[in-house]
Design a protein around this ligand. Sequence first.
Ligand code: XIL
Length: 360
Amino acid sequence: MTPARPVRWCLLIALLAVPVRAATLKDAFTGAFRVGAALNAAQFSGEAPETALAVQQFNTISPENALKWGPVHPSPGRFRFDGADRYVAFGEAHGMWIVGHTLVWHRQTPAWVFESSPGHPADRETLLARLRDHIHTVVGRYRGRIRGWDVVNEALAEDGSLRQTPWLAIIGEDYISKAFEFAHEADPAAELYYNDYNLEYPEKRAGALRLLAHLKAQGVPVRAVGLQGHVRLATPTAAAVGDTIDAFAALGLRVNVSELDVDVLPPAHEGDAARPGLDPYPGGPPPEVQRALTARYAALFATFVAHRAALDRVTFWGVTDAASWLNGWPVPGRTNHPLLFDRSGRPKPAFDAVLHTAPR
Ligand code: XIL
């Protein structure tokens, strides 16, 4: 035996003993954009198996439900901040960029908000006063701590016109600019966003570009557009995603990918009855679906990296498949596989593929 051999063995053993630094999303994309996840109450309260994974992988968080009008302001004059306080404390404890979601939406908003008495619509001045009070109270409470807000969520219809909602019907078109003004008054340093889905499709994108150009021309303090990113395996194409980022950047806006996930199940609609054909992979995705998901995430992240000069953040809508909202929407009780971590929190091949797209 030559003297060199034991030295080599020692070196090998020493190398194996050194813990390999965990590859994480937040480290991989540092310098490009933040990477985040939406957390539910169990996760930000530290009671869920995914909490440690979220802390390890992400440097920004969004509240899946905790800051929506319903949970925070369930009845007139009554605010409930216990969940939201824990959410913000969790983000601060882990040095994360904390996002607020959302101030104005047509869903998860109690009926009383739009009524003067049960069954009778409120008038414009009443609803504007409620909106101002809500935004001042919620944004003001977390001033300087929640760094960016999805101020208005999903205000557009698929044809690019303004969605018909009680906000529009009662206040009129300026409910959008008013919401941004109120949020800016409550925290002048907070970043303010317009957030929506399907903006990669031409008609809705054109409507969003019109809306945002109009807001900017009026001097409304909107910093970024949030592309939710609830996508499917094949649509919208990564090229359409890239073109959409370019189109908003050309208006002088920053872009957030705010709610990314990839629905791998057959298309369904709200109200469809659950049936086996709509839930084909209860035991896990077959290899061809796993491969398609890997290729899809690789293509999306290659696009994000190519457009990183315009992107501030890429946030997944959930941590692992176990608690994804897509198990329950649009049809309850399905088994979807939309995220980078499986039900046990194990990284999928898509996770490695995403890490490989990171700029070196
Ligand atoms: C979803 C949550 O994930 C669910 O838990 C809740 O039941 C419904 O809302 N677009 C949005 C998010 O802006 O707020 C939605 O979150 C998903 C679609």
